[in-house]
Design a binder for this molecule. Structure first.
Ligand SMILES: [Zn+2]
Length: 464
């Protein structure tokens, strides 16, 4: 079963918000605990909002990895508001706020909360994922490849941890040595030779005032081994994610963390996994939308007239944002679709409908999706009207009792770009009862088990 983020929020009173605001600690945290003793790794993605390689890689660890020994904690979306707005930092650079910070800073609580996670006693290793400019090189080669660039490197603040950290010596005391091992591992899997990774030592304690305010240096000062991983901004997102995951897996190996990855580590496998199985639930679970490959606009979504809109999503980078009379569904820095509502009173007395799907009788609960191979029929419901959106029998207002096949639909009414998934809505005396989806996509499995690794502590990603 797909698990959802716990009751997400709510977008002010309908129609009142011209723009939107985010809560100050809008990030989510995910505890992937194998239950088997081992090291604990904390992964942070999205500290700067314009680095999709890092935040998508961290999210894939949440949605598509199973940790088999040790513990992995992931904050995939530290600067979520900036991610959505494609900004490096709406309130300045979040990675320069780890030294001293005025309590009036709008990100004070974000910093406080992530510092607490870094300082948790069992955290052995902190990995901060970035997309950096160009390609780091020890010598000047050209304007995109020189010692001032950051891309394709693993960053350490100094050669080894401070002596006081010695009691936790373990495998990550020698920072540069551990970075070297991961770099070597990444370099055995390069997509092309000029993507080569390097270790970059910022020698932060020797006067790098900027890096002294960073997350990794805060961790180091508190005896936590920490590394920055930088994929190059010169590469497309899927390639950046590829390198981030190679580096993460190399650190997992060094930490003795065993894992299972539910997709193949290729650009294509990554691109598919990023949107795989993503869903949005609305209308007190009376509406489910499969939003993998969703159309750019969905119209006449029957939302409840009164009250606030609550929604649920099953991916840590997804959220719904109201702008005027439109709801924008985001996946990180991409807007997936725009929902135009039509408002109804809801009637919750009916919970399910009876259908015949490919010859089998089925009772189907509202807010779910039904795989259909050939045909379906919605049985008549006394005093209720069934509206099969895009079903082309023009003169009929109640579409129950008809056998419906994929070719009976007008394609542009599907919710997906592929023309496979359609809405079936039920109304009684002008009140909305619920929606189900009929999904004609071939090769569907009943339960894809994606996102099943969402921990129970999966933080919410909702906003005011
Ligand atoms: Zn960065």
């Amino acid at each position: 079963m797909i698990k959802y983020y716990s009751a997400l929020i709510v977008l002010g009173a309908l129609g009142l918000l011209a723009d939107y605001a985010f809560s100050s600690t809008g990030f989510s945290s995910h505890y992937l605990d194998s239950g088997i003793a081992g090291k604990t790794v904390l992964i942070v993605g999205g500290i700067q909002g314009d680095e999709p390689g890092g935040f998508n890689a961290a999210s894939l660890v949440v949605t598509h990895y199973k940790i088999l020994s040790g513990t992995v904690r992931v904050v995939p979306n530290l600067n979520f508001s900036s991610i959505i707005k494609r900004s490096r930092g709406l309130y300045g650079d979040l990675n320069r706020k780890f030294d001293v910070l005025n309590p009036s800073d709008p990100e004070f609580n974000t910093i406080k909360k992530i510092k607490k996670m870094i300082l948790e006693a069992d955290v052995d290793l902190v990995l901060n994922l970035h997309d950096g400019s160009g390609f780091y090189s020890k010598v000047y080669e050209d304007k995109n490849r020189h010692p001032g660039r950051w891309g394709q490197s693993i960053i350490v603040d100094q050669e080894q941890m401070p002596p006081r950290a010695e009691e936790k010596k373990g495998s990550f005391f020698q920072l540069a040595g551990a970075a070297r091992k991961s770099v070597d591992s990444v370099n055995t899997n390069l997509l092309q030779p000029d993507h080569k990774f390097h270790v970059r030592n910022t020698r932060t304690a020797h006067g790098d005032l900027e890096m002294a305010k960073s997350l990794t240096y805060f961790a180091l000062k508190n005896n936590k081994s920490a590394f920055g991983i930088e994929a190059s901004k010169s590469l497309p997102t899927a390639k950046r994610v590829y390198y981030h995951l190679l580096a993460l897996e190399a650190f997992f190996d060094q930490a003795g963390i065993l894992f299972e990855r539910k997709f193949s580590l290729t650009e294509e496998g990554i691109s598919r996994a990023i949107d795989q199985g993503i869903e949005l639930a609305l209308g007190k679970n009376r509406i489910l939308l499969t939003v993998e490959n969703v159309r750019n606009r969905l119209s006449f979504i029957p939302l409840e007239k009164k009250g606030k809109l609550a929604f649920q999503v099953n991916h840590p980078l997804m959220t719904l944002i109201q702008t005027g009379n439109v709801y924008n569904l985001f996946h990180g820095n991409r807007r997936l679709t725009r929902l135009s509502p039509q408002y109804f009173d809801y009637d919750f007395s009916l919970k399910s409908i009876e259908m015949i799907v490919d010859g089998k009788n089925r009772r189907v609960t509202f807010g779910t999706s039904v795989p259909v191979k050939q045909r379906f029929l919605v049985k008549k419901i006394p005093d209720h009207r069934v509206n099969i959106i895009g079903f082309s029998k023009k003169t009929i207002t109640n579409e129950s009792g008809f056998v419906v096949r994929k070719e009976n639909f007008i394609q542009r009414f599907s919710i997906d770009k592929g023309g496979y998934i359609f809405r079936v809505e039920v109304y009684g005396s002008n009140k909305f009862n619920g929606m189900i989806l009929v999904d004609f996509r071939p090769n569907q499995t009943e339960d894809t088990d994606i996102a099943s690794s969402f921990g129970d502590k999966g933080g919410q990603a909702g906003f005011l």
